[in-house]
Design a protein around this ligand. Structure first.
Ligand code: ARG
Ligand code: ZN
Length: 471
């Protein structure tokens, strides 16, 4: 900038100070981050580094009240921006000043700061809100599981919209402090370390901290009446598990499975390398749904997962995601194989270790389960489409792809890749194509054909998973 020497020095100082704060040519941030599977997911124009959520929840009425403080940095000169959120908002402040806001559709909050934000500028966004998450349904879908004694936020690909405003896409990870006030006798469970807990005036506050980058869908909140067990891993990490007091006949099997979290993580550390986070655990609320989710540091399990007795395999699956999915996350939701194919394959490796069938035997079995005309083979795990994001093919054919890779390059390179990948992309994002390129580099073999066959061709591969396996 060319400055005239005749300008009084006090004014020069003012001008210089004003420069970093002025947005030369501000424009609106995009209402989506650019994921073709979910165009409304995430937002453009800023990046969040930290979420501080201070919440109060009443289990009898399902009323959630809170203040979210987001620390964000503008990635463009920004006149306004969106947050993804579904509950009722009463006030928004940006950089301490009241901002204009309006809801757009069920899950977009459009915020116009009092003055535009300059690119590169860090600011705080404070959102005050209240609402009943159980009353929010988006496209016939909810991520909120109301229970007789509370509620749980857990879903994929998004759950944040039901309980806090966010840039709701794995591309924008952040650290989290979640502080929740619940009536004495109830517990609030979230991610990471339980830093402290205190009671007064009939309410108990739980302060949770997840101090490594975390995708918004991996943040979780559960309020209910839980039994909590704690321990420490051999590496000194705190383990905290929580079981609803209301698990009925599944209570024993749930505990017999989830209590093995430390043991499973120790084994996975041998396979995948150092555990990436500051805490471990799992929680089993009294929900009626039947899925599990790799919520960061502390997976969510449904009681139904334990209806046939212990199920360590699901614990293996969700803990494997801590490396494959949580530390290394999808770049876009089309990359879901990088999560599910590996989590499934880790279950096969566990079975192999436990003497319950080798990965090769399980691959042969899965391959034989699906005849050539089974629609299973029309789903491409490498780009399944949003409607098939969690199709069995992403898991099972996805794991077959890894068995095919193992047979092609041999155990030494295969296990070097399983360990090298989480180190290479720790706390980041990666695409299917990045994995193919990495496997080619480590093995020194061209693998595009193999991955094309197993991840993209819409038919049953002619070649069996294992050369010479006789299927
Ligand atoms: N990532 C989860 C898993 O590991 C899948 C969750 C899919 N959501 C669902 N409602 N089924 O199994
Ligand atoms: Zn999974």
């Amino acid at each position: 900038m060319h400055r005239r020497l005749t300008v009084p020095s006090a004014l020069v100082a003012t001008l210089v100070l004003a420069i970093p704060a002025s947005a030369a040519n501000p424009s609106a941030g995009a209402p989506g981050i650019g994921d073709p599977y979910y165009p409304a997911a995430g937002n453009g124009g800023y990046d969040v580094s930290h979420y501080d959520l201070r919440l109060k929840y009443r289990p009898e009425t399902d009323l959630l009240e809170g203040t979210a403080t987001l620390l964000a940095t503008a990635t463009q000169d920004l006149s306004r921006f969106n947050l993804d959120f579904g509950l009722e908002v009463s006030e928004v402040r940006v950089g301490g000043r009241k901002a204009e806001f309006r809801k757009e559709g069920a899950q977009e909050l459009v915020v116009t700061p009092a003055s535009p934000l300059a690119e590169g500028r860090a600011t705080s966004v404070v959102v005050r809100y209240a609402g009943k998450p159980s009353e929010l349904e988006i496209g016939g879908w909810t991520a909120w599981h109301r229970t007789p004694d509370g509620g749980v936020a857990a879903q994929e690909p998004d759950s944040a919209v039901w309980w806090f405003p966010s840039n709701d896409h794995p591309l924008d990870k952040a650290t989290y402090d979640v502080s929740v006030l619940v009536p004495d006798g109830s517990q609030a469970i979230s991610n990471g370390v339980l830093v402290s807990q205190s009671s007064r005036l009939g309410w108990t506050r739980y302060n949770w901290r997840s101090n490594k980058p975390q995708a918004s869908y991996l943040a979780t909140l559960a309020v209910g009446r839980f039994d909590i067990t704690t321990g420490t891993t051999a590496d000194g990490l705190p383990v905290l598990n929580a079981y609803s007091k209301d698990l009925g006949d599944n209570a024993g099997a749930a505990r017999a499975s989830v209590e093995r979290t430390g043991e499973v993580a120790e084994w996975l550390t041998e396979v995948f390398g150092p555990y990436p986070f500051n805490a471990l655990g799992g929680y089993v609320p009294n929900v009626t749904s039947g899925f599990a989710l790799e919520t960061q540091t502390r997976p969510f399990y449904s009681p139904r997962q334990f209806a046939n007795g212990s199920n360590v395999s699901v614990v293996v699956h969700e803990l494997a995601h801590q490396w494959y999915g949580d530390s290394v996350s999808v770049e876009g939701w089309k990359d879901i194989w990088v999560n599910e194919g590996f989590a499934r394959y880790s279950q096969w490796l566990w079975s192999e270790k436990e003497g319950e069938g080798t990965a090769q035997e399980l691959a042969d079995w899965v391959y034989a389960q699906h005849p050539a005309d089974d629609p299973f083979w029309t789903v491409a795990p490498g780009d399944p489409g949003p409607e098939n994001q969690f199709h069995l093919a992403v898991y099972d054919r996805g794991a077959l792809a890894l068995q095919a890779l193992r047979n092609e390059i041999g155990d030494e390179d295969f296990f070097a890749i399983l360990k090298g990948w989480p180190a290479k992309h720790a706390y980041g994002n990666a695409e299917v194509g990045d994995f193919v390129a990495y496997a080619e580099r480590v093995s020194g073999k061209p693998l595009a054909g193999l991955f094309d066959t197993w991840l993209y061709e819409p038919s049953k591969p002619a070649a069996p998973a294992a050369a010479g396996a006789g299927v």
